[in-house]
Design a protein around this ligand. Structure first.
Ligand code: GLV
Ligand code: MG
Length: 307
């Protein structure tokens, strides 16, 4: 069921090139919340078709514990998308949680994937709606249409930002996707991060930030993570095992936040027992129903992270 993965944590989403048997074999040993086996940009055109069978074999034969398992297919503007879905979902759909669709431009792209999945599920004997969808927003048109995209299908579980393709689509003066533009006063992605987050939350989706390409610089990764952690994103891609540890830590509440959130929930519950009070004092702060909602988010995130 796609609902298996809908609420699982996705702090770290490890990208695994589908053409590499070595990387595929190693992936289940890396403690990422989600692994996605890639058929898109990390796979060379001549290897695209051969990679499908490697991905199918990896899904069927490796032990993936209960992590979210996803395959990124090629975008609709290539010749590979439909066969990626038929071969992978048709042969390894049972354990697969989701298909990630890159370069989504409009709701129609998601609806087309939903319909193709419905047919493949029937022919493979899978329950209807078994496979969820992750939609990548990584072009100007995708960002303009992000609200209709988030509303396009009940299969959608997450919306994902692709900073590298997006920077290219915007013709931003950067050569490394996602890094801060020197001398720009503020965060040049602030609007983009916020717009995607708002659209995703409005439709109950998890919201994920894409890759940070300087894989050897963990301090720079922390700095980047901070840009979306502080807004409320659920997680971020990892391109290398070393990035997974940093990302898991950055997208979990701190022990202090987790404890404080529990104290707020406990205090609010005791004080409002019997529905006699709305707002109550918590130390020198006033808390109310909105405080309960905010605290619940920290507790849910912390529990998902095993706190
Ligand atoms: C990811 O796909 C990106 O383009 O950043
Ligand atoms: Mg991309």
């Amino acid at each position: 069921m796609s609902d298996r993965s809908r609420n699982l944590p996705r702090r770290s989403c490890l990208s695994v090139p589908g053409s590499s048997e070595r990387f595929l074999a190693k992936a289940p040993t890396i403690p990422a919340d989600m692994s996605f086996l890639d058929l898109e940009d990390s796979v060379a055109p001549l290897e695209k078709e051969g990679a499908r069978a490697k991905v199918v074999e990896a899904i069927r034969n490796l032990e993936w514990d209960d992590r979210v398992l996803c395959v990124r297919v090629n975008a609709w503007d290539t010749k590979w998308t439909y066969a990626d879905v038929i071969e992978v979902v048709g042969n390894a759909g049972e354990r697969l949680d989701e298909i990630m669709l890159p370069k989504v431009q409009s709701a129609a792209d998601v609806i087309a994937m939903d319909r193709l999945l419905t047919q493949v599920e029937i022919n493979a004997g899978l329950p209807k709606g078994h496979i969820g969808i992750e939609a990548q927003i990584e072009s100007t048109l995708g960002l303009i249409n992000v609200e209709e995209i988030c509303a396009a299908s009940p299969r959608l579980e997450t919306i994902v930002f692709g900073p590298a393709d997006f920077a290219a689509s915007m013709e931003m003066p950067v050569l490394t996707g996602g890094v801060q533009i020197p001398n720009y006063p503020g965060d040049h992605f602030h609007y983009v991060f916020s717009k995607i987050l708002m659209a995703g939350r409005a439709y109950g989706l998890q919201v994920i930030d894409g890759p940070f390409l300087k894989v050897k610089d963990s301090q720079a990764l922390r700095d980047y993570c901070n840009r979306t952690v502080t807004l409320g994103y659920d997680g971020k891609w990892a391109l290398h095992p070393d990035q997974v540890t940093v990302i898991n830590e950055m997208y979990s509440p701190t022990a202090e936040q987790f404890e404080l959130a529990w104290s707020i929930l406990d205090a609010y519950k005791v004080a409002t027992e019997g529905d006699r009070k709305g707002a109550v004092m918590f130390g020198d702060e006033m808390i109310d129903e909105a405080s309960r909602k905010m605290a619940t988010k920290f507790v849910t995130r912390g529990e998902r992270a095993g706190m």
